[in-house]
Design a protein around this ligand. Structure first.
Ligand code: SF4
Length: 97
């Protein structure tokens, strides 16, 4: 089980801060994504057998964009990674004057 796998030019990783353990990915790609009962975070198992289609199916099913896919070093999914509630923004935050 892993939270970060690389298959050829495709890298898939799971952001534990985004995962809410609702198991949508495990339904979309059974036997590939599983929710680790100890950590309460999704992980990838059977990485060797997983197809790129299955990896994408799980990522598309995830409502919090916790599964991130890169190809050739560039993020391809999700295209836009929306900030999580409470997540610090990269822009300058002090705009008060
Ligand atoms: S669908 Fe997303 S939030 Fe739900 S268990 Fe899978 S990775 Fe976690």
């Amino acid at each position: 089980m892993a939270m970060d796998i690389t298959k050829g030019s495709t890298r898939v990783y799971i952001d534990p801060n985004r995962c809410i353990a609702n198991a949508k990915c495990t339904t979309a790609a059974p036997g590939i994504y599983v929710v680790d009962e100890e950590t309460g975070v999704a992980v990838i198992e059977n990485a060797n057998e997983a197809t790129v289609e299955q990896l994408f199916a799980g990522a598309r099913a995830c409502p919090t964009q916790a599964i991130i896919i890169e190809q050739f070093g560039r993020r391809v999914y999700p295209r836009i990674l929306t900030p999580m509630f409470g997540e610090a923004r990269n822009e300058a935050t002090d705009e008060s004057d």
